[in-house]
Design a protein around this ligand. Structure first.
Ligand SMILES: Cc1cc2nc3c(=O)[nH]c(=O)nc-3n(C[C@H](O)[C@H](O)[C@H](O)COP(=O)(O)O)c2cc1C
Length: 197
């Protein structure tokens, strides 16, 4: 059994002028500073999925779209996920919702945490994501990183466009808690699956 969970930082916005890279890279650095996980970036830009057009989710029927199958293979490579969550009209982006819908089997019984951002720290979007995660049989951490309020406007390109590092004292405790919980759940679910096998 592989003891070191393999974790993906999933970038949930694909628009050309996205802010997402800044929080993704900051969170990647926090995750890579630990020795108890292996972390990679999974960018939805590298997975140009069609809008869902299958007869059913892949829990019920194999997907026909080659991009969907490739995406499922990517999702399946990881033991847990760190979603980079932008808030669009109080929810997650359409592109992330579509990507979540295009796999089922591969998400199940795996944990996720998030770095979310927006005026309210992306908290409404993350709550939607948590509900979706329940349906996908995933487990959410309690802790997550929220970049909101004055911090968000200081680091966003629409505002001060300052480096996140200038404000990271505000985010480091929640990043550590989120990653600690993610590792705990990843090891627990990996062990449970290995015992079942
Ligand atoms: C269509 C759209 C809807 C948005 N809705 C919200 C919102 O409900 N709450 C919020 O805090 N920010 C909202 N924003 C602002 C985004 O949080 C901000 O633009 C952020 O940078 C988007 O993430 P991205 O740059 O990584 O795509 C919205 C932005 C767009 C483009």
């Amino acid at each position: 059994m592989a003891l070191k969970p393999k974790i993906a930082v999933v970038i949930g916005s694909t628009r050309r002028t996205r802010f997402a890279d800044k929080p993704a890279q900051w969170m990647l650095r926090q995750a890579r500073s630990r020795d108890d996980i292996d972390v990679e970036v999974v960018d939805l830009r590298d997975h140009p999925l069609p809008f869902f057009d299958e007869v059913a989710s892949n829990a019920w029927a194999p997907s026909q779209s080659p991009e969907a199958v490739r995406w499922q293979e990517t999702v399946g490579r990881y033991d847990g996920y760190i979603f980079v969550v932008s808030e669009y009209n109080h929810s997650i982006t359409g592109v992330l919702k579509n990507a979540l819908d295009q796999a089922y089997v591969e998400w199940g019984r795996k944990p996720f945490t998030a770095i979310a951002y927006g005026s309210m720290g992306g908290s409404r979007a993350l709550e939607h994501l948590r509900g979706i995660g329940v349906e996908l049989q995933m487990v959410s951490t309690h802790a997550a990183v929220h970049i909101g309020g004055a911090d968000f406007f200081a680091v966003s390109p629409m505002g001060g466009n300052k480096p996140i590092e200038e404000f990271e004292a505000n985010f480091l405790p929640s990043a550590k808690a989120a990653l600690d919980e993610l590792v705990w759940w990843a090891k627990a679910t990996m062990a449970a699956k290995a015992a079942e096998a």
